[in-house]
Design a protein around this ligand. Structure first.
Ligand code: F6R
Length: 364
């Protein structure tokens, strides 16, 4: 039930610190400071390549995972949306691992892709939220998320739980491949353990984000910009906004703006910039300034340090806690979810049951 919340989506957004902590509990051993995956019949050390396949929000979790797996484990990762993967005759290396990500475990495109990968001799790993689902049953390695039932059509808590599992997976693959030291593993465990508290701090900005809804609601188009793992987060923010508020929104890699989309910028187009301070900050900010120079109305989502450095000439800022770049996607998911939620509520759309959408898409 919705409890004190007006919508399931709102309830599910606010549940995230708890369900992410629950999920992490089964993938981290905090006392030993190790990551732990369920028993498996193959060894990541033997996996030459990982192919990640999913749809929608789950695909964006996969995109974040690609950054992590490449960075930590130095394993080549291919990534595709399921409806394309299945029919483009992908070249799958013998002994490869195919990783499917799905809240429902029933999405027809993803399930068809899974069966195709199996027929092509891939080992099958799945990250799913419904443990009794088809995908869960057909996996060689089942990596459950413990988000609990997700009722709102727009995925929120399942997504951040997917990220938590995928971060643990990336660390485990890196360890098994000898690409990560015990010390680095300890650090990863420590950073991930901080995620729920940081997510809680992000939720503390709910009222402020609600107050921004009237600024965004009249827009016809909204752009979201990010770099590195925050690029998929920009796409996820845009997807959330279009799904529930019916405002056209796109997520772009910040550096790609000047290659075309900047032509769209005028003072009617809000641009949401996700820029945690860190190695990519300066570059993202220079892209943000290109937008500002063309009259774009920027909402900057960053930490205190980032806002101090670049928070002038923006229409609003949302201050996130300062976090390690690894957990930034888990934390920055929250303001973009809340922004979409409040804009939709402000516009009076049906947040939990957006038009034309179904919770589980079981046709290809
Ligand atoms: C977005 C959303 C969809 C799903 C997609 C995949 O909010 O809910 O984009 O993420 O349909 O669904 P699952 O994860 O069940 O395979």
């Amino acid at each position: 039930e919705k409890g004190n919340h007006r919508h399931f989506m709102q309830k599910e957004i606010f549940e995230q610190p708890i369900v992410v902590a629950q999920t992490l509990q089964s993938y981290l051993r905090p006392l030993e400071q190790k990551v732990a995956l369920p028993d498996m019949e193959f060894d990541f050390a033997d996996v030459p390549r990982i192919t990640i396949v999913a749809c929608g929000t789950s695909f964006y979790a996969g995109m974040v995972a690609k950054y992590w797996l490449e960075q930590f484990a130095r394993v080549p990762v291919e990534l595709d949306i399921a409806s394309e993967f299945r029919y483009r005759q992908p070249v799958l290396e013998e002994g490869g691992l195919a990783l499917f990500i799905s809240q429902s475990g029933e999405t027809a495109d993803t399930l068809a892709a899974l069966r195709h990968a199996r027929a092509e001799g891939q080992r099958i790993a799945v990250v799913v939220n419904v443990p009794t689902s088809s995908m869960a049953r057909e996996a060689d390695l089942l990596l459950p998320t413990h988000a609990g039932p997700e009722i709102g059509v727009a995925s929120t808590k399942a997504f951040t739980c997917q990220l938590a599992v995928l971060a643990a997976l990336a660390a485990k693959v890196a360890r098994d491949k000898g690409r990560m030291s015990e010390e680095e593993e300890r650090e990863i465990v420590a950073h991930l353990s901080e995620a729920p508290a940081a997510m809680n701090a992000a939720l503390g900005h709910d009222a402020e984000i609600e107050a921004m809804a009237p600024l965004i609601a009249p827009a016809r188009d909204v752009l979201y910009l990010g770099r590195g793992p925050d690029y998929p987060m920009a796409m996820e923010g845009a997807l959330k906004l279009k799904e529930i508020s019916y405002i056209h929104a796109e997520g772009y890699a910040a550096g790609e703006m000047k290659h075309g989309p900047i032509a769209l910028i005028d003072d009617n187009v809000p641009v949401i910039v996700l820029a945690p301070s860190g190695p990519l900050f300066e570059k993202t900010v220079s892209n943000m300034q290109e937008v500002q120079a063309r009259g774009g109305k920027v909402v900057l989502i960053s930490d205190a340090e980032g806002i101090k450095a670049a928070g002038d000439n923006v229409i609003a800022t949302i201050e996130m806690p300062k976090v390690h770049p690894l957990i930034a996607p888990l934390v920055y998911a929250i303001p973009v979810q809340l922004l979409a939620y409040h804009v939709a509520v402000f516009k009076g759309t049906d947040v939990d049951q957006p038009r034309n959408l179904a919770k589980s898409v079981t046709v290809e």
